[in-house]
Design a protein around this ligand. Sequence first.
Ligand code: ASP
Ligand code: MG
Length: 436
Amino acid sequence: MRVLKFGGTSVATAEALQQVVQIIQGEVASNGPCMVVASATAGTTNKLLQAATLAPYRCEDARQILAHIADDHHTLAREVIDSGSLLHDTLEHIDAHIQRALDLVDSLHVLQEWTEQSSDALVMTGELLSTTILAALLQGWSTPVSLIPATELLQTDDAFGAATVHFPASQEQCRRRLLPVLREGMSVVTQGFIGATADGLPTTLGRGGSDASASILGACVAAEEVQIWTDVSGVYSADPRLIPTARPISSLHVGEIRELALYGAKVVHPEAILPALEAGIRVRILNTFAPQDEGTVITNITNDAEHHGPLHGPLHGPLHAVSAVQNCVVMQDAPTDGLPLPCLLELHTVDHSVKVFQPTTAEQRLLVGTAPTVAVLCIVGPAAVHNATLHILGDALQEIDVLATVMGTSPWAVYAVVPQSQCLQALQQVHTLLGS
Ligand code: ASP
Ligand code: MG
């Protein structure tokens, strides 16, 4: 059994939802019942968070936001559901979720209260709405499906707004609630991002938490695979906006993902997918809008690069991908503390320390003054830190004034500090080496 997680853009429009239904039906036809985890439609979580903040003092504005959300979901439901009675029931369910949210806003207004707990109770509405529509749509297409609230599956602590899942309790709840349904040949739809405390109070797992939900649910039911369906065809060898020839990589180690995420790439959050990986379940990133694309498989096969050489397991080629953090600054012998700046890299020579900072606010830029502007390239691969690779890399970067090459923080990555003005050229040079 597989877990299929669909992100906000995959459930936000009628066209996207039609694609999602086809993907799920294809999965059911070839592999039997599956578990579907969905995010709120793109933008809805932001609106709900805003409504929660406004509720205590500007109740009418908060109610307005909910009215818009209701309209959007009514429209979406009407666009995708044909059958009269199914549509009627779906609109009623949407209205019930909205009414609950409105009641909550009114209570917060009376109490003039905002807490993480009340915010979670309101924000969960986004996922309740999207899954209501998705489950009805599947039903309309005669796919046997049961909508089970994630609050009955994932038990969390009471750290509202960023709750942690209690694994054994959740596994037990999943066994009890899911197995009978799956055994009957029905697929399950549930919400990403939300859970509940042991007392039944709704919680959220933090922004972007749906990937974590899918990964944890996958581990709870010992799924065969966790698929994260998004709007790109996997993890790319470089940012395609900078390197048009960049292409999706078929397989990556989570160690590579971690480095790419730290150094400028927009990739899946490595911590979110760890529960599945640690349970021995592969995670695959796929594109809802190009479902035939192969996507990227993320594994956590032991780091053989360190011990047994690069060409091992599904990972081929010494280097896989390159990312960059641009507009950084280099400072020599900067004080270790007292500089309120994110430090990206640190290197030490015999008598100097060199640090690369990434100023993001105007204040931070003022602080660094006239320090030279650089970019940090992060080059990942199973043999990134091998001597032979470093030689090839050195050759490729011959025309670049490389200020420093840094390694040692991860067996999966090597970093090159280059002048900002040569960042694109350096990226292009490195990219020619990848996957070879
Ligand atoms: N809807 C939530 C968010 O926007 C969770 C998710 O999409 O993963 O953060
Ligand atoms: Mg997301």
